[in-house]
Design a protein around this ligand. Structure first.
Ligand SMILES: [Ca+2]
Ligand SMILES: [Ca+2]
Ligand SMILES: [Zn+2]
Length: 320
């Protein structure tokens, strides 16, 4: 029987306590091994984060979650870069979308545990494309203009990588020895982690290109064994981060919260799919169906137009 997963939020128990206390984020892995991404590692958690997206009893925070202070700096940097792009007469690039190559790394452990079949990978890519095309809630969800195509599947039998990616130096070792492509290539590693997944942000690429990409738990793929998280939407959520989105509960019940105008503010993350949830007295119900909340896979069905704009801006600023 599998050990209980702790949701998107758990930080690996092997991470040094100083990192646990200090971070909401920033690649705990990097603390000991390489320079942390600018603007992230020195920030302390602000306590605004809540329940994990995960199995019953889960707690903690998603790896690489960013403090509000760091988020504000990253928001400003993005705004400045977008202004530069416009000033250079290249504003059209801010809405262009992209066809993104995906390199899917299937890491397996002892006796082949963690194997993800080619058919499941194809299904997973289909789920990703459906989310980014907005077809899960036609007329409401945004078509972001981004599509994903599987460029390569790489298979690695390495029980250390498989079971210890939550450990920063192992994460770094695995990624640096396997990552393919440039800032515009999506590398996905499926492994066995404590949570469901974690991602790097676009602005971190320049300082830590070898770590760029998305890690998911192998049980979160379509048809996987992660109860309530077995439709492959974990990857959609994590790729949202990889494209520059915050959680919809980033910043809590504030007018700016996640820096996206059309996602109503929420005071805390959502668990399950509670219709009508309204955790913040600012206008709008909580965006429980948004891929960037912590709801169940079945509940997820949309990115908003504002999130699409932000992803397109971040793409042009950092990955194009
Ligand atoms: Ca918002
Ligand atoms: Ca509200
Ligand atoms: Zn997340």
């Amino acid at each position: 029987m599998a050990l209980p997963k702790l949701g998107r939020a758990l930080i690996a128990p092997t991470v040094a306590s100083v990192a646990l206390a200090g971070f909401v984020l920033a690649q705990p892995a990097l603390v000991a091994t390489t320079a942390a991404p600018a603007g992230a590692a020195e920030e302390c958690a602000d306590g605004a984060f809540s329940a994990a997206r995960g199995k019953p009893g889960s707690s903690g925070q998603e790896r690489n979650e960013v403090s509000q202070a760091a988020a504000k700096r990253m928001n400003k940097e993005l705004r400045d870069k977008v202004a530069e792009i416009r000033a250079d007469g290249e504003g059209a690039s801010l809405t262009a979308g992209a066809s993104i190559p995906v390199v899917f790394h299937v890491v397996t452990g002892r006796k082949g545990v963690g194997n993800v079949s080619d058919a499941t990978i194809a299904e997973q890519i289909d789920v990703l494309n459906a989310g980014f095309a907005g077809v899960e809630n036609p007329g409401v969800a945004a078509n972001t203009g981004f599509t994903f195509h599987l460029q390569q599947t790489k298979r690695w039998n390495n029980s250390r990588w498989f079971s210890r990616t939550d450990t920063p130096n192992v994460e770094s070792e695995m990624k640096s020895q396997t990552r393919v492509g440039d800032a515009g290539t999506l590398n996905v590693w499926s492994v066995d982690i404590g949570g469901l997944g974690f991602a790097t942000f676009p602005s971190w690429y320049s300082s830590d290109p070898e770590l760029d990409g998305v890690v998911i738990d192998y049980t979160s793929v379509p048809g996987g064994s992660a109860t309530n998280f077995d439709k492959g939407k974990t990857l959609t959520h994590e790729v949202g981060h990889w494209m520059g989105l915050w959680h919809t509960f980033q910043g809590g019940c504030t007018t700016t919260n996640d820096e996206v105008a059309d996602t109503p503010a929420q005071s805390s993350s959502t668990s399950g799919c509670p219709a009508g949830r309204d955790s913040c007295n600012l206008p709008g119900l909580d965006p429980i169906h948004n891929y960037m909340d912590y709801s169940y896979d079945d509940c997820y069905n949309q990115f908003t137009p504002g999130q699409s704009t932000r992803m397109n801006n971040a793409w042009a600023a950092y990955r194009a």
